[in-house]
Design a protein around this ligand. Structure first.
Ligand code: P6P
Length: 335
């Protein structure tokens, strides 16, 4: 019988490689997996919201129907706030750090998450996702976590992952020992290992960028995008343009097939659009573990020391050779 590796089994086997592991991290991931299953169920039901009542109205059961991103945020919080594994949380949906309610024990981990990235696409049934990033706390054990625990460079992450709520629900994560993908089998509600040890091709054929920003970009970015669209089969050009407008989906496709996702700074977004803490950093951990690169155009994303919880960053992420090339254009080393 083929070995079925569930997420729980994989985490336990991974933790055995860390002699100091206490199993607390395993329990945190299990709590997180439960939240993701709930979000998956409601996201996939989203198309029925008309039947169940539009967000902001009350449904046939008389329950107030929430916007899915608010529902996803509340689901993550409620699944994680009482397990005793966390000292503080950070969410795209909350301006401030989220404290652990005083009635619950305080743990040694920190989580930051984007509960439902790309949620504006829900009505069009475009796949969306959850992104998460986990650190060890840096403030004294037993005390409430603070902003300091949340403002750590991405290089300190101990775990990062994302979920794509698409044709199937897939969770992709790393704890620093490679990148592994799990597909949710709804028949028995388990995440089953379907993509062990994912590696991104060193060079890709796909580029993902919102070209409507072209006239707002620096000249170096215009030069790069112009270059990759020129006809030169020997160098694999033109590259294919693929852009869904849901980062998790664009990232996931490029991770599997190879390519680069770009969200540069521009006149309309001087520091870029994507958030460092719960979009760029977790994806950067994953892409590096898969053999790719993540840069803000000048610096490794995971070397950036955050100063604000929701700070944005330009982002160039994907196949190593593609990220290297865009940096060469930015440095002016290519015409
Ligand atoms: P634009 C979704 O709102 C998001 O944060 C990412 O998921 C996505 O890649 C990006 O914004 C799309 O932004 O400006 O191209 O619509």
């Amino acid at each position: 019988m083929q070995k079925i590796v569930t997420l729980t089994r994989h985490i336990i086997e991974e933790q055995r490689k860390h002699p100091t592991a206490t199993g607390e991290f395993t329990n945190l991931i299990n709590d997180l997996a439960f939240a993701i299953k709930l979000i998956s169920y409601n996201t996939n039901k989203a198309g029925l919201l008309d039947v169940l009542g539009e967000a902001g109205t009350t449904n046939v059961q008389g329950e107030k129907v929430k916007k899915l991103d608010v529902f996803a945020h509340e689901t993550m919080f409620r699944a994680l706030d009482h397990g005793g594994h966390l000292c503080v949380m950070g969410s795209e949906e909350e301006e401030k750090p989220i404290a652990i309610p005083s009635q619950f024990p305080i743990g040694k981990y920190v989580i930051l998450f984007d509960p439902l990235d790309g949620s504006s696409n829900i009505e069009a049934n475009v796949s969306v996702g959850t992104i998460f990033s986990i650190y060890r706390r840096v403030t004294p054990d037993g005390t409430p976590g603070t902003l300091e625990d949340l403002l750590q460079p991405g290089s300190e992450q101990i775990c990062a992952g994302y979920v794509v709520y698409g044709s199937s629900t897939m969770l992709v994560y790393t704890t620093g020992n490679g990148v592994h993908g799990f597909t949710l089998d709804p028949s028995y509600g388990e995440f089953v290992l379907s993509h062990p040890d994912i590696k991104i091709p060193k060079k890709g054929k796909i580029y993902s960028v919102n070209e409507s920003n072209f006239d707002y970009w620096d000249q170096s970015i215009k030069n790069y995008v112009h270059y990759i669209k020129q006809i030169d089969p020997d160098s694999g050009r033109p590259m294919n343009s693929r852009y869904i407008g849901s980062m998790v989906s664009d990232f996931h496709r490029n991770l599997l097939y190879g390519g680069i996702f770009l969200y540069p700074a521009s006149k309309r977004a001087p520091r870029g659009k994507l958030r460092l803490a719960y979009e760029a950093n977790p994806m950067a951990f994953i892409i590096e573990q898969a053999g790719g690169r993540a840069s803000d155009g000048h610096n490794r994303i995971m070397d950036i020391v955050p100063t604000e919880l929701h700070q944005r960053t330009p982002l160039f992420i994907g196949s190593e050779e593609d990220v290297n090339m865009v940096e060469e254009f930015i440095r002016g080393e290519r015409p």
